[in-house]
Design a protein around this ligand. Structure first.
Ligand code: HAM
Length: 423
């Protein structure tokens, strides 16, 4: 037997699994609600390829980031290095540049739904292929109103899905004017503590000192809490931007926690960074991550453009749903059509076709089963009704319609049948 690749998941109809994050109904709910949020807030959908040139991510998300090191990269037959995308912001910005979207007036507001790939160690909420839904706002403006509106949309989304117990963490990580001086200050403070800090902090100190702040190792925490906070080193424009952003959240009554140690794992971020964490996810508790990335377009060889966006992991969002959230999306047929005998079987195909033309979800027995077995299938599919056709029914023009939950049966003509199914 050939099993699926480690860290990947099959998404099944709910009746085949009790793991909610692997149920297709939950995925549909998450996607439908995201489409509705996008419609209300004026985002347009974009789809980009799953494979991109490796260089896009090396330049975009940074060669020294964890995400870069976790990429599935291979050489194509013509020697070109390509990677399965580990995230989609770099792809969306590439498409923005490649198709000259910046030539249109106003902001470009895009959303996407799709799989991403990272070769991480699998655990609860962490997969090697996972779904993301994200939005990106691109254009000439870096007004904090963009950030506040995007977060307002997320707030709507979480409320719509009845997801509770989440916390919005916000920070500003400065820009190219104030961050270099802060990083020097930070390195100096870390240097004194290197012997007490873990191996990964020591490595990050050399290559990506900001990421030291993100270390989750218990014994490092007391030392990390003493490190200087970036918010104390922001230049005036960055500080004003951040103040204006948080006051816009206040105006919208959106609660947030100022989190000076929040730095994010991708190099393209500038100024505002944020995450939404959940309380039901264990170690992998970040549901949403996002921020501003004003330099990314130029880093990728495009025009100067500002950007802000976020992405969330679909599996993690699903794990945060209330248990009954996707109940109404379970796909079950309105009617299962069973027949007794060869003549009735042919009749059942024609009648089923008419039911489908009338708009019903109808499944007909294609296997020539005995009635009892057919009813067992109808039951397993959670069909609302079973329709039973034998020679007598054809002759009298009156069919047996069985309500699968109550077991009640009615004899009905075709037009009464349709009227009953419509109810
Ligand atoms: P990220 O923080 O790397 O940001 O990922 C965003 C979300 O994707 C995470 O919060 C998590 O829910 C989900 N996620 C990440 N890795 C995994 C995994 N291995 N298994 C399951 N879920 C995962 C980005 O990807 C940025 N592109 C977000 C962004 C958009 N920033 C600006 N615009």
């Amino acid at each position: 037997m050939i099993n699926r690749v480690r860290g990947t998941q099959d998404t099944l109809p709910a009746r085949f699994t009790d793991k909610t994050d692997a149920q297709i109904e939950c995925w549909s709910l998450i996607e439908q609600t995201a489409r509705e949020a996008s419609r209300r807030y004026g985002f347009e959908e974009i789809r980009t390829p799953v494979i991109e040139r490796t260089e896009l991510f090396e330049r975009g998300i940074g060669a020294e980031t964890d995400v870069n090191k976790e990429m599935y990269t291979f050489e194509d037959r013509d020697g070109e290095r390509v990677s399965l995308r580990p995230e989609q912001t770099a792809s969306v910005v590439r498409a923005y540049i490649e198709h000259g979207m910046f030539n249109q007036p106003g902001l470009t507001k895009l959303f996407y739904i799709g799989p991403q790939f990272r070769r991480e160690r699998p655990q609860k909420g962490r997969y090697r292929q996972f779904g993301q839904i994200g939005v990106e706002v691109l254009g000439q403006s870096d007004d904090p109103a963009i950030e506040a509106e995007v977060i307002e949309m997320l707030d709507w989304y979480l409320r719509q899905l009845r997801i509770s117990g989440t916390e919005l963490l916000v920070n500003s990580i400065g820009d190219e004017n104030c961050r270099p001086a802060y990083i020097e200050k930070l390195k100096e403070a870390i240097r004194e503590r290197l012997p007490q800090l873990c191996g990964s902090c020591n490595q990050r100190y050399e290559k990506n000192p900001l990421r030291v702040l993100d270390c989750k190792v218990e014994s490092c925490q007391p030392y990390l809490n003493e490190l200087p906070a970036i918010t104390d080193s922001l230049c005036d424009p960055c500080r004003e931007h951040f103040q204006s952003f948080t006051s816009m959240l206040d105006q919208r009554n959106i609660a947030y926690t100022l989190t000076p140690r929040l730095v994010r794992g991708l190099d393209y971020y500038t100024r505002t960074a944020f995450e939404i964490i959940g309380n039901q996810l264990g170690a992998q508790n970040t549901i949403v991550g996002g921020g501003r990335y004003d330099g990314l377009s130029q880093m990728l060889g495009g025009p100067a453009a500002k950007g802000f966006g976020f992405a969330f992991g679909i599996e993690r969002m699903i794990m945060s749903l209330p248990n009954d959230a996707a109940q109404s999306l379970k796909q079950s047929p309105d009617v299962f059509v069973a027949s007794i005998g060869e003549n009735a079987r042919n009749h059942s195909f024609a009648l089923t076709r008419r039911l489908r033309e009338a708009g019903f979800g109808a499944v007909v027995d294609l296997e020539g089963r005995k009635l009892k077995k057919s009813l067992a299938v109808a039951n397993s599919l959670a069909a609302r009704y079973a329709l039973i056709i034998g020679d007598n029914e054809i002759e009298s023009g009156s069919y047996v319609l069985r309500n699968m939950s109550s077991g009640d049966q009615l004899n009905l003509s075709e037009s009464d049948l349709i009227a009953t199914l419509r109810k």
